[in-house]
Design a protein around this ligand. Structure first.
Ligand code: ZN
Length: 163
């Protein structure tokens, strides 16, 4: 009782001249996410999962890229707003499981750092954040190195009301 789950998925094109940002961490890469904001594909999927868990629509509805306020902003501001809504609705995060899909560079050296930063951003324990990554075995747009995608599954829990 009092549990809800949410799922989020995002994909961005990878282009030259942009930073590759994952979970607020800059990754050494020749290409980065093409986006209106900083393009943090992982945080976008987390925001979508959070909003999904409380049936509050999606990131595109809440933060439209037609809004000049969101040009090149760090995606942590989207996350903060989604967390505010979650809190207002009386929920807290139980745990989150994330999967990043990209061909290169290797994410393993950054996994711990991403996990740590995401836990800080979500204000939860590191052990409640899982970061996984894999390639697409050279298949499709991700496999050709043209895109990066991320998936997040989140479990939220109703905060007990005080007597
Ligand atoms: Zn996105």
């Amino acid at each position: 009782m009092g549990y809800r789950i949410g799922f989020g998925k995002d994909i961005h094109r990878l282009i030259k001249g942009r930073d590759l940002i994952l979970g607020g961490i800059k990754i050494e890469s020749k290409v980065g996410e093409d986006a209106y904001s900083d393009g943090d594909v992982l945080l976008h999927s987390v925001v979508d999962a959070l909003l999904g868990a409380i049936s509050e629509g999606d990131i595109g509805e809440l933060f439209p890229d037609s809004d000049p306020r969101y040009k090149n902003v760090p995606s942590s501001i989207f996350l903060k707003k989604a967390l505010d809504i979650l809190k207002t609705r009386g929920y807290k995060i139980n745990n989150i499981d994330c999967y990043i899909e990209l061909e290169r560079p290797k994410i393993s050296p950054y996994k711990k750092q991403i996990q740590k930063n995401l836990a800080t951003l979500l204000n939860i324990d590191e052990n409640d954040v899982s970061i996984k990554a894999g390639t697409c075995e050279k298949m499709g747009e991700v496999g050709r190195g043209e895109a990066i995608s991320a998936y997040s599954l989140i479990l939220i829990e109703k905060i007990e009301e005080k007597q």
